[in-house]
Design a binder for this molecule. Structure first.
Ligand code: FES
Ligand code: FES
Length: 177
């Protein structure tokens, strides 16, 4: 989807924006003061979590035009013409992504609040670096905070998923994206 911010105009403080979310074209009305996190949640993408709301916790991470980004720091109107992936675009309960399987199997999910952002960051890491070392995973995920775990099982989960993706393994139905 092409970026067309230059042609956008607010009417009474409201922008009409078009964007692609998980491969589906969407139109949102957003306030000129609104951030993408709130716009996404208002439109039903509740997996994008509102933690700190100040760019510190990583729980609002989405893939924004191909890179992980913090939705709480992106003015919603600037997302016009963008492509966004949320965890809903990665897999489903019936057909989970290998990262989702691995996080569950490794016991890396406790309350789950940080998990969508952490998995999306991990997905971007594995796309760029299919066999990351533990140190590389730790470094890459250092912006995704978790208040429940000790950052051990999540690292194990990413390594497990990397191995399975490399070997083409799938525990449940469907294929990895
Ligand atoms: S809610 Fe965006 S970084 Fe915490
Ligand atoms: S599992 Fe609870 S915040 Fe990470």
């Amino acid at each position: 989807m092409k970026k067309e911010n230059a042609r956008l105009k607010a009417v009474n403080g409201i922008f009409e924006i078009c964007l692609g979310i998980n491969g589906v074209k969407k139109s949102f009305s957003v306030k000129n003061t609104e951030f993408l996190l709130d716009a996404l949640r208002r439109h039903g993408y509740k997996s994008v979590k509102k933690g700190c709301d100040t760019g510190d916790c990583g729980s609002c991470t989405v893939i924004f035009n191909g890179k992980p980004a913090l939705a709480c720091l992106i003015p919603a109107f600037t997302a016009h013409g963008s492509e966004i992936t949320t965890i809903e675009g990665l897999g489903t309960v019936q057909n989970p992504h290998p990262l989702q399987e691995a996080f569950v199997e490794a016991g890396a999910v406790q309350c789950g609040f940080c998990i969508p952002g952490m998995i999306l960051s991990s997905k971007h890491l594995l796309d760029a670096n299919p066999e990351p070392s533990e140190e590389e995973i730790r470094k890459y995920l250092d912006g995704n905070l978790c208040r429940c775990t000790g950052y051990v099982k999540q690292i194990q989960a990413v390594r497990m998923a990397a191995k399975r993706i490399k070997n083409g393994e799938k525990r449940f139905r469907g294929k990895a994206s």
